[in-house]
Write a protein that binds this ligand. Structure first.
Ligand code: SF4
Ligand code: SF4
Ligand code: SF4
Length: 273
């Protein structure tokens, strides 16, 4: 039972947030929303602990499709970065700000870039492509994320200036943004033979995710005394994290998406969460 303890605790944590937000706001949506997400994550964790190969993908699809299809397309909530700027600049505690606060700004202090490994609807499609491990050396293109970050804010500021921040405009921005992300993400993955190239160079959300996840409580640790330097963990890592070192400052440390491919590959059990 010990191996199921962490997912059950995580599940209970989401339930506590769900009940707290429901009671604080009187809005039943919060209870259903966080209960659903917590159940997907908890169940995924239990399936992972039980050894099911596709447990992470299962969670990613359950959460990702819910967010993209239900929240984004059916409920018409812009929960992309532009939606976050929109709610923030409007001074409204809306879905976009809440989502960003929990999943991408303060949550990463606890669960690092777990969002990127288990929930993101962009990566849920990119991960289906065949380039699971990068085959070419990493490019120095990380600066693009800051351009994208600035661009997303500029677009929303422009919409405010033009007086066009209607619900329809924000919905269309969500649709257009997702089409753009998928088109660029898939093209880059094919060109660079790396499923996660979009995450490494383009995604503006990493401007929040990277610094916050540096301090993450949950992280992959390496018992360097057990390590035999076989390099298997480095070969399977989709994000090129130098995970056979334990220091927070290890190479590409803030890229870790907690997929745990490395822990599964390690022959000496030197790696753990
Ligand atoms: S880096 Fe961006 S696109 Fe990639 S998984 Fe994280 S949030 Fe999604
Ligand atoms: S393989 Fe290990 S180090 Fe690499 S992203 Fe996954 S969990 Fe992080
Ligand atoms: S797989 Fe394990 S033993 Fe091999 S290099 Fe990585 S941490 Fe060390």
């Amino acid at each position: 039972m010990k191996k199921y303890r962490s997912p059950i605790i995580l599940w209970l944590l989401f339930e506590a947030i769900a009940i707290w937000l429901w009671q604080a706001t009187g809005n039943l949506f919060f209870l259903l929303n966080f209960s659903y997400i917590g159940t997907c994550i908890g169940l995924g964790g239990i399936l992972f602990a039980a050894g099911w190969k596709y447990a992470r993908e299962f969670t990613q699809f359950c959460v990702g499709t819910y967010m993209l299809v239900f929240l984004g397309l059916i409920c018409r909530e812009n929960i992309q970065i532009e939606g976050f700027w929109y709610y923030l600049l409007s001074g409204v505690w809306g879905a976009g700000t809440l989502h960003y606060a929990i999943a991408k700004i303060f949550g990463p202090l606890l669960f690092g870039r777990g969002w990127c490994g288990y929930a993101c609807w962009t990566a849920m499609i990119l991960d289906l492509l065949p380039y699971k491990q990068p085959k070419v050396p990493r490019k120095s293109w990380g600066f693009i994320r800051y351009i994208m970050f600035g661009l997303s804010l500029t677009i929303v500021l422009l919409l405010f200036w033009l007086g066009k921040t209607t619900a329809y405009t924000m919905f269309m921005l969500f649709v257009a943004g997702n089409i753009f992300y998928y088109a660029v993400g898939i093209t880059l993955a094919i060109l660079l033979k790396d499923n996660r190239a979009f995450c490494k160079y383009i995604c503006p959300i990493t401007v929040f995710l990277k610094p916050m996840s540096y301090y993450s409580l949950i992280r992959i640790k390496c018992d360097e005394e057990k390590c035999i330097s076989c390099g298997k963990c480095l070969k399977v890592c989709p994000m090129e994290v130098k995970v056979n070192k334990s220091a927070r400052m290890r190479k590409n440390a803030t890229e870790c998406i907690l997929c745990q491919k490395c822990t599964k590959a390690c022959p000496t059990k030197a790696l753990s969460v």
